[in-house]
Structures are given as structure tokens and as C-alpha cells.
Design a protein around this ligand. Structure first.
Ligand code: DGJ
Length: 738
């Protein structure tokens, strides 16, 4: 891995054995983008990659530079209005009303390793030699704004991380109206754009479209990354599929409002922008002050989407998630939400936990409803002390009873919210986000606490930390069940109201940081009405996230498949729930519910006392299976094989690092009469190894399974011990061992 600066040509080349990233200083002083893609050998002069031409209608910088139009140059951190008409990376508003900037190259620094971002989640290194960082400084001589562009390249990953730090070195306050984390100009537009979109209970469905001249974008202005869009997009070549072809993935390590955008210009150049959503952002930068953007990650592959996803999985699993649980197989849990909703008392909880323990469950999680006056969702949020009518000895008493069963105990919080009917709100009605003189809109009968204010975060921290100190709590589910409206902070002056959304997220990160460092053995699972904050920012603090409130096994195939494009299996909270399913009212076989939930952190969302004896025996086997294989499933190499977005069959697989064990999950949505023969081609096996398929007398070489494929039609399944007559919502697991 190298970062090279060629002094004579003012060219930077970041490369490792997989990728190259090349930039140069352009004639006008701006930083130009020359190349990002598969590794190319270094040379002193790459300046021919910056193409210049006089074009009619192009504005240019000066009479002696009439071929230098920023509209037609590929740049690293462009501004609008000084010959470039595309959407810019940055916009700075000055006291004289001007929004113009001119950012010229001023110098650079190369350091080993990777600096952390103050107050923000970011990818990290464990050893300095894992990565190197280039910091390029640009300056605007008129405003005194200094812009530091951070680029980190890793020795062993086809990944570049980027972020930007602004410093006002002038003597007047500036406003950042836009401060993207990443801007990237690609020389053509022969790409498909992949986004991961949906809504509550239908998150991260894959949507694909061709790039055309104009703008395509996804984003959130809801205060969280949202159910609707994910801060992750992919550009892929039209012929690229899961196992071959070029693609670039862009991911933002941030949990608040974001914008991900591609603009194809009049010469088919594609500009990608990724960062905080500019429409809800305006940051006042006083003289001497800094502003740090969130971090963006770009990964490249020339070998298909599975490899691109694996780069993100490995990076986010090993160098974004942190702490005790990062590398540990996750406990099999039972959560009481769909089992009881608000209708429980201590004895019922212990009865449910006791049965769960007898089936092999390791962690009992008490969800919503245990605190304050919370007997339904209209009261109690904000009062984080146990309701003594339900739990006479408090959380401490209940947690002792659960631990006495031989299980760990976990607890639900929704720290950022308050009900009007709560002691917290009665004491501090001014602590919610609201615009004085206007209505404070509601969501799920609740208001959003103003987490941009330190005293609010401190108060919630004190309540949560007190409980964590006093009771035996091993796991926290951190929920967030509404979006932000009337985003106004009573404690900030008028010219800083554009900061509130971002300050709110910084407050959330601050609370997470305090709790995770003080209670390092507690496993945190993030949640936001299911998957409204399934983003890399959260993964830095909570290594797993509740993937969706939709627990139907068939719906989950699309949700988990879509989520897998960026996020590792170990991050996806996935549970077996009761039938008829509570969201969809669908009946699916118990084995299919488990076969889907295995590809995640695994647990149950039901009262096992309500199952039949036979079903409980099946559950015991499921739990025994997951205990044996969770290390492989959660931390092995994951491949998508057959897409639920394209047909009736879904399939995916995980392979162990030594390629000696593989598990394939195969799912059929609807049964078919007289169905065609079917097979799936496996991936990631060792072609030279001979694999035994569990429950089958035959063996198969890896090359046959990857090229001829695994027969999944019933003709072959006659061989398998676990054969069943076909039905709707059918599924199978295939376990191969070398
Ligand atoms: C939304 C979560 O996604 C559910 O799992 C559950 O915790 C409820 N909130 C509780 O209110």
C-alpha cells in the first residue's frame, strides 16, 4: 500500500494491490480527479487523464486558459458558480451574501494509520501499518476557509474512506450550507444505480435504474437514516452481476439526514455526492472554529456484487463495529414484544423465560412497557424507572430471577423520546424539539427530546447508567420510534437553527459512547421501529440492529437480502415469530421461519409455552443447530445466490474461511405444480475439495457445485434425508462439509 506524491506533476496516487486512486492539481489550482478503479502501475505524470477542450458555451477561467472550464473537469471537491454548473460538494455563505468559493490546493500531509473523527463514528485501524492517510489542504484566499480532505487507503482492502474538515481561518463568521463527505467524478455514465429503499416493515428493497443525464438521488430529511432509503448506493456496469464485473459502492457512516446523488452532465460525466443532506443543514463557522463531516466509504470490485458486499461486511465487522461483542457469536435471545406486547407482569415474564431456557435460549429480553406509567404507548417514555406494580422488585429483582434461571437479561429503552404523560415531560416541557408558537406534531403519541442539548443527554444518561449499575443487564435494545418534526432548539440562537439535526445525532452518538465505554460487556442492539436506523453509524456503537418490524419469514427474505448488499449477517437482528404472523397474518412453517432467521443474530419473538410439545422439540433442535453453526453463519463469507427480487426462489450461502464448511439457505415462495427442474450454482467453495452433503449419500467436488450447480428440484431431493413434500413457503438448508 502506498500513497505517492509526484512533486513535479503535483499528482497523488493512492494504491494497493487491488485499487488506484489518482488526483492532481489542475491549472486553476483546484484539485482534479483523474482515476478511481482497478490498480494501475504508478507513473510520474498522469496529466493526460485530465482532458481539456475549448467548448462552445463553456465558461472558462481566463483568456489564457480558455480550455479550462470547471464544468468539464473532473474534480475532487467542486464548488458551484465559478464555471461549474453541476451540484457542488460545498457551499459557503459569507456575511456579504456571497455563496462563491474558490478552493485552491495549499499542501498535503501523509500519515501512517488513520485518525479518528471527533464525536463521530468512523472506520478504525488496530495497527498503524494497516492503512495510510493523505490529508490535502485546500484554501479559499477570500474567505479564509481551509478545507482538509482526508483519504485513507488500506493495505488489504479495496476501500478508500473520505471525510472533510473545515476550519474558518478568516475573521468573519461563515455558514456552511452544504458540506458533503464525498464528491467523485467518473468519466462516463455507463452504469446502473442501485438503491435500497422501502418503508416501515419493508426496508431496503433493491431498486435498480440506468443512469441518464440529470440527477438521481436518495436521501432522508426525517432525522434518521430512515426506512425509506439507506445511506448506501452502488454504481455497477450493466453486465455486472453477483459474481463478475465492475461496481463501486458508496456508504455513509452516519445516522441522520443524508443525501446520496448521481448527476450525469452534458458530456456523460457522472458526479457522485454523498453526505449530510444540505436541505436541512446550515452550520455557522465562527473564526477559528472547525466542522468535521461524517465519513464516507467507497469500495471497488471488478469481480461482482458479492465481492463488493464482502468488502463492506469485512470492513464493518472488523473495523467499524467495536468492543467485546465485535467478534463473538451472538446470544440466542427471546424477546417478549410479540409474545405479550404491554400485557405482562413479572411472573408471566419469568414463565416465558423459564420455558425459553428449557429450549436452550440464552438471553431473555424485556421489551417496551416496563417503566413509569407505560401501560400502552401513550404514557411513560422518559421515566426510566421500573413500574413497581408490574415488577415489584424493579429491574434488579427481575434480572436476578432471570439470571437464576441460568440466562442473561436484556432490556428495552427508547432514550430519545418522551410522552407528554410522563414525569420527565411535566418537569421539562421545554426539552422537546419544537418551534415556539407552533404546534408540536406527534408520532406514536410521543415527542422527540432535544438531544442537541447536553443537559438533556446528561439526564437520560444518568437514568440509564443508574439502572445498568444496579441491575444485571447484559443487553440493551435501543429503540427510536418516530421521525423528527419542528426541528428547532430553544437553546440555540436563530443563526444556528440549521445545526439542530446534526447536533441531535451528535447527542445520540455521545450517549452511545458514554454507555458503551462505561458498560463494555453490554451487547447493544439498535432499532428504530425496526430498520429506520440500519446504518453504519449505529454499527460503530451497536454491532447488531433490529432489521425490520416485519418478522414474516417470506417478507424477511427480501429485507435481509437487500440489507446484505452492505451489512454483515452478524449485524442483522432476526427472530422466529408466531403464526399467523402479526404483521402480515401469514402462516409459514416453523422450519422456514428458522431457516430465514438463522441468517442473522437469531432469536425468538413469541411465547414458547404457546407452542405444541412437538413444536418445542423442533425449537430445541433449531437452537442446537444455531449454537453449532452461528460462528460460521455470522462471521463466514456470505454470498447471495438467487434473488427474491427476481423470482420465486431465494438462495444465499455462507462459507467458512477455510472453505471446508458451507451452509446454503434455499427458499421457495409459492409451490408449483409440475415444476421445472432447478439448480443453483454455489460460490466460494474450493474447486479441489470434495464435499459431503449432510443427509445425502453422495459427495460432490467444489468445481461441480460451483459450475454444474446443486440440484434443488425434487428429483434430487429424494436423496436428502430432510425431504418433505413441497408446499408454499418451503425452504431447505444444505450443509456441505469437505
Ligand atoms: C418498535 C420495535 O421495532 C419493536 O420491536 C418493539 O420494540 C416496539 N417498538 C416497542 O414499542
Amino acid at each position: 500500500m502506498q500513497i505517492i506524491f509526484h512533486e513535479k506533476t503535483k499528482t497523488f496516487h493512492l494504491y494497493n494491490h487491488e485499487i488506484s486512486y489518482i488526483m492532481t492539481v489542475l491549472p486553476g489550482g483546484q484539485l482534479g480527479q483523474l482515476y478511481f478503479g482497478k490498480a494501475v502501475r504508478d507513473r510520474e505524470d498522469f496529466s493526460h487523464l485530465a482532458e481539456y477542450s475549448f467548448r462552445n458555451m463553456a465558461s472558462y477561467l481566463s483568456e489564457d486558459q480558455d480550455t479550462v472550464s470547471l464544468e468539464h473537469l473532473k474534480q475532487e471537491y467542486p464548488v458551484y458558480g465559478t464555471t461549474d454548473y453541476r451540484e457542488p460538494a460545498v457551499e459557503v455563505i459569507q456575511t456579504n451574501g456571497s455563496r462563491l468559493s474558490d478552493l485552491s490546493y495549499a499542501g498535503f500531509l501523509i500519515i501512517q494509520g488513520k485518525p479518528q473523527l471527533p464525536g463521530l463514528p468512523a472506520v478504525y485501524v488496530e495497527k498503524e501499518d494497516e492503512a495510510a492517510t493523505l490529508i490535502i489542504t485546500l484554501k479559499d484566499s477570500v474567505t479564509g476557509l481551509s478545507v482538509q480532505l482526508f483519504y485513507t487507503i488500506f493495505e488489504e482492502r479495496p476501500v478508500i474512506t473520505r471525510s472533510v474538515c473545515f476550519t474558518n481561518q478568516g475573521c468573519e463568521a461563515l455558514h456552511l450550507g452544504r458540506a458533503m463527505s464525498l464528491s467523485m467524478d467518473f468519466p462516463d455514465c455507463d452504469y446502473e444505480w442501485l438503491q435500497f429503499s422501502g418503508v416501515w416493515a419493508r426496508e431496503r428493497h433493491l431498486k435498480t435504474r440506468n443512469l441518464e443525464p440529470g440527477i438521481v438521488s436518495v436521501g432522508s430529511m426525517r432525522g434518521s437514516s430512515s426506512h425509506e432509503h439507506n445511506p448506501f448506493i452502488i454504481l455497477k456496469r450493466p453486465h455486472t452481476d453477483e459474481s463478475q464485473g465492475e461496481a463501486v459502492g458508496f456508504s455513509l457512516i452516519y445516522s441522520g439526514n443524508f443525501l446520496a446523488q448521481a448527476e450525469v452532465d452534458n458530456q456523460n460525466v457522472t458526479r457522485i455526492l454523498l453526505g449530510i443532506h444540505p436541505d436541512t443543514f446550515d452550520w455557522k463557522l465562527e473564526p477559528g472554529a472547525d466542522f468535521q463531516t461524517p465519513e464516507a466509504v467507497m469500495a471497488y470490485t471488478c469481480r461482482g456484487l458479492n465481492e463488493l458486499s464482502q468488502s463492506f461486511h469485512s470492513l464493518y465487522q472488523k473495523r467499524l463495529a467495536r468492543g467485546y461483542w465485535r467478534d463473538r457469536p451472538r446470544p440466542i435471545l427471546l424477546n417478549n414484544w410479540e409474545a405479550t406486547y404491554f400485557d405482562f407482569n413479572e411472573d408471566l415474564l419469568v414463565e416465558i423465560a423459564d420455558r425459553a431456557k428449557k429450549c436452550g435460549v440464552e438471553l431473555f429480553v424485556l421489551d417496551d412497557g416496563w417503566f413509569g406509567a407505560r401501560r400502552n404507548d401513550r404514557a411513560g417514555l422518559g421515566d426510566w424507572t421500573a413500574n413497581k406494580e408490574l415488577l415489584p422488585d424493579g429491574i434488579s429483582g427481575l434480572s436476578k430471577r432471570i439470571e437464576a434461571l441460568g440466562m442473561k437479561f436484556g432490556l428495552w429503552f427508547e432514550p430519545e423520546m418522551v410522552n407528554a404523560d410522563s414525569d420527565l415531560y411535566r418537569a421539562h416541557p421545554d426539552w422537546i424539539l419544537q418551534m415556539p408558537g407552533r404546534r408540536a406534531s406527534l408520532g406514536r403519541h410521543q415527542h422527540v427530546l432535544d438531544f442537541s442539548r447536553k443537559e438533556v443527554v446528561d439526564c437520560i444518561y444518568n437514568m440509564m447508567a443508574a439502572l445498568l449499575r444496579e441491575a444485571k443487564i447484559s443487553y440493551i435494545k435501543w429503540d427510536m420510534n418516530r421521525y423528527i418534526t419542528e426541528c428547532y432548539c430553544a437553546a440555540l440562537p436563530a443563526d444556528q437553527q440549521g445545526e439542530v439535526f446534526h447536533r441531535y445525532i451528535l447527542g445520540v452518538y455521545d450517549l452511545y459512547e458514554r454507555l458503551t465505554s462505561e458498560f463494555p460487556h453490554v451487547l447493544f442492539e439498535s432499532c428504530a421501529s425496526g430498520g429506520a436506523r440500519f446504518d453504519p453509524g449505529m454499527l460503530y456503537y451497536a454491532p447488531q440492529a433490529w432489521t425490520s418490524d416485519d418478522t414474516d419469514a417470506i417478507e424477511r427474505l427480501k429485507i435481509q437480502y437487500g440489507t446484505s448488499y452492505c451489512y454483515p449477517v452478524s449485524s442483522m437482528g432476526s427472530h422466529v415469530s408466531a403464526v399467523p404472523n402479526h404483521q402480515l397474518h401469514r402462516n409459514t412453517p416453523l422450519y422456514t421461519r428458522a431457516n430465514t432467521a438463522y441468517f442473522g443474530t437469531f432469536g425468538y419473538e413469541l411465547d414458547l409455552n404457546k407452542l405444541t410439545e412437538d413444536e418445542r422439540e423442533e425449537v430445541k433442535k433449531q437452537i442446537a443447530f444455531m449454537k453449532e453453526y452461528r460462528g460460521l453463519i455470522q462471521f463466514g463469507t456470505f454470498y447471495r445466490l438467487c434473488s427474491p427480487f427476481e423470482g420465486n426462489i431465494t438462495a444465499w450461502m455462507v462459507v467458512s474461511p477455510d472453505k471446508k464448511t458451507a451452509i446454503i439457505g434455499w427458499y421457495k415462495t409459492l409451490n408449483q405444480v409440475n415444476a421445472p427442474f432447478s439448480r443453483i450454482r454455489l460460490q466460494g467453495l474450493d474447486p479441489e475439495l470434495c464435499y459431503h452433503l449432510e443427509g445425502c449419500s453422495q459427495t460432490f467436488y467444489g468445481d461441480e457445485l460451483m459450475n454444474a450447480g446443486l440440484i434443488t428440484s425434487d428429483s434430487m431431493c429424494g436423496e436428502y434425508k430432510n425431504r418433505r413434500p413441497g408446499c408454499d413457503f418451503d425452504s431447505r438448508l444444505f450443509i456441505f462439509k469437505a
